[in-house]
Design a protein around this ligand. Structure first.
Ligand SMILES: Cc1ncc(COP(=O)(O)O)c(C=O)c1O
Length: 353
């Protein structure tokens, strides 16, 4: 069946491009001696996680326990949880995850999380690895001082079911390598080893080898790419593997067209000014701009289009930020050369806990 016959709005991925993106990242990591641990929050599909592992990835990264559990239920057993685990409600789900994985690790930046993970590991009778998250420019989570990192290391060391694995940061700011070098030296003085240094996201992934001491790369968006990663220079529009297929439902004024995808499909995520404007890139009409969204309407300024879109036209949109987009529909249509090859339920969709 031809992909142009599916109902819209629809999330459609190009399998040739997905496979090329997976292969390119693996080639890069192999060439630089980096372990690749792709973040599955972008695609949320066990089938693509399996393809990433088959290409050579050492395991997966997941943000939430539910997302990880979905992957583990599909046979994936080496998981890094890169989001802080805090709150009594996480105890039992984490413990369950520890029981069914071969290798489970977590990244955290505080003692409260350590104590919870230690209890979950003890309850499961398993060892959980811990990466200490440090701040390298994003100003989100992550310890900022060596003393704080050392205090966490001592606490991890004192917990019988925890194993200190090393360091994690996101994305991979300037100076991250030097930070880890100094932290490792201080840790060594107390007898702590910290062999793993996990970092990175898609925008800076091709420069990851310039960070001294890095052992593992964790990109997620690279599997599909989007307008933001293209703007950042990590890929080109030809690498973009996920399009939102839409239909023009109204052209109420000469300068305006309306498509059947709004914030419930494209999300309201903006894009840095330097990378473009509007709520997505319209492949068939690059001069058009998606100027506003309501839930199910996308309003296009078509005043600069020489041949403006007409009612009923089908268009393809490259989202500004692809990760939340793939979380917004139950299914993804996988096409190759314009022919539908599969329709996959997005198994980890909505797994925000
Ligand atoms: C902790 C962590 N690691 C890795 C990634 C993957 O980054 P990207 O989507 O830029 O590839 C993210 C993205 O949010 C993240 O939060």
């Amino acid at each position: 069946m031809d992909v142009s016959s599916i109902d819209t709005p629809a999330i459609v991925i190009d399998l040739d491009r997905v496979e090329a993106n997976i292969a390119a990242a693996q080639r890069y990591c192999d060439a630089h001696g980096l372990a690749l641990r792709p973040h599955v929050k972008t695609h949320k599909l066990p089938i693509l996680a399996h393809r990433q592992l088959a290409a050579g990835a050492v395991g997966i990264t997941a943000q939430k326990i539910g997302e990880a559990a979905t992957m583990v239920a599909a046979g994936i057993d080496d998981v890094l949880l890169s989001y802080p685990i805090v709150g009594e409600t996480k105890l039992e789900p984490l413990s369950r995850l520890a029981r069914v994985t071969t290798r489970l690790s977590v990244a955290l930046d505080n003692a409260v999380a350590i104590d919870l993970v230690a209890r979950a590991a003890a309850a499961a009778g398993r060892t959980i690895g811990v990466l200490i998250e440090f701040e390298s420019g994003r100003r989100r989570t992550g310890v900022e001082s060596f003393d704080d990192a050392l205090a966490l290391a001592r606490r991890i060391d004192a917990a019988p079911h925890l194993r200190l694995d090393g360091f994690m940061t996101y994305p991979l700011g300037e100076g991250a390598g030097e930070w880890v070098r100094e932290a490792r030296a201080r840790f060594a003085r107390e007898g702590f080893e910290a062999p793993t240094f996990s970092g990175g996201g898609t925008p800076d992934m091709w420069r990851a080898h310039e960070t001294p001491g890095l052992t593992e790369l964790r990109p997620g968006t690279y599997v599909y790419h989007d307008r933001a990663t293209v703007g950042a220079g990590a890929g080109t529009l030809d690498d973009c593997a996920l399009y939102v297929h839409v239909t023009v439902v109204s052209t109420p004024a000469p300068e305006r067209a309306v498509i059947d995808a709004g914030s419930k499909t494209l999300t309201s995520d903006c894009i840095p000014e330097a990378f473009g404007s509007g709520y997505g890139y319209v492949v068939e009409h690059p001069e058009a701009e998606i100027t506003s969204l309501s839930e199910e309407h996308g309003v296009l300024d078509i005043s600069r289009c020489e041949r403006p879109p007409a009612i009923g036209d089908r268009l393809r949109i490259v989202p500004n930020h692809v990760c939340p987009v793939s979380n917004l529909d139950d299914r993804v249509i996988a096409q190759r050369g314009g022919r539908i090859e599969a329709v996959w339920p997005v198994w980890a969709r909505g797994m925000t806990r």
